[in-house]
Design a binder for this molecule. Structure first.
Ligand code: GLY
Length: 253
């Protein structure tokens, strides 16, 4: 179960965020409205939400998930793969120090975006991507091992992050799409396979037996509801324009 979440408000500078989506420029007011609804949804799942102020220096700063890996008794502040995002971690580290001891850090030349890391109990699947390198995965696994957790790597070629294409929904369920569908490392899971046309919805978020699903993907919502979960659909169109999704917008612990 999760009790807490940390989010950061989008700034007006989000129009300058990194993107490959080709969906046009995000609208600031609409992004704020969607972020409000996201916070409401986290609260409705029983979480206490810490809301950090926007930081206009960091157009992608609302995607806080990339900046830290959090779990019971341990936080690891990452070293994001994109130069423009590296400074986001300074304020995140201070925020996490209010909840975690220790707060470990990833050091150069390693890079890690925690959007590449999926927690399954005490095991962490780490996607090796354009943002997360071997050295980064190695440092993450060293920190995990010191604290009784473990990790393993999976190379990916598609999507921004590993979790752009997969989500763990607890009880051995995953939603998964694209190149990850046939990965032998994931064969042990009960897979809900998402059609490539609905790939965005593979980024869904389990929180305390409810699942946040991006709006507009009825087939995915129905499949997740059939697993026995209450589904909360949320419009994240403005964040999808920046290659972001539901999980990217919070740290949950
Ligand atoms: N726009 C989110 C990212 O590229 O990290």
């Amino acid at each position: 179960m999760f009790n807490q979440a940390i989010v950061r408000r989008p700034g007006k500078s989000l129009v300058n965020g990194i993107t490959t989506a080709g969906l046009g420029q995000p609208d600031y007011q609409q992004a704020l409205d969607q972020h409000d609804a996201y916070i409401d949804a986290l609260q409705s799942c029983g979480l206490t939400v810490t809301v950090m102020h926007a930081d206009e220096h960091y157009p992608d700063g609302m995607f806080v998930e990339d900046t830290a890996l959090v779990m019971p008794g341990l936080a690891i502040v990452t070293r994001p793969g994109a130069d423009s995002r590296r400074g986001e971690t300074v304020s995140i580290k201070k925020q996490l120090a209010q909840f975690f001891d220790p707060v470990e850090i990833i050091e150069a030349p390693a890079t890690v975006d925690a959007g590449d890391i999926m927690m399954v109990g005490r095991h962490f699947y780490i996607g090796l991507s354009e943002r997360t390198n071997e050295a980064g995965a190695g440092q993450i696994i060293q920190h995990l091992n010191k604290h009784g957790y473990h990790g393993s790597t999976i190379s990916i070629r598609e999507g921004l992050h590993f979790k752009s294409s997969i989500s763990y929904l607890e009880n051995n369920h995953i939603v998964v799409t694209g190149e990850l569908v046939d990965k032998p490392q994931l064969a042990e899971f009960n897979s809900v396979v998402i059609d490539s046309a609905d790939a965005c919805s593979a980024n869904s978020v389990w929180i305390n037996n409810r699942v946040l699903v991006p709006a507009g993907f009825a087939t995915t919502s129905q499949a997740i509801a059939a697993l026995g979960y209450e589904v909360i659909e949320l419009d994240v169109s403005e964040f999808q324009k920046l290659d972001g999704g539901l999980s990217c917008l919070s740290l949950r612990f």
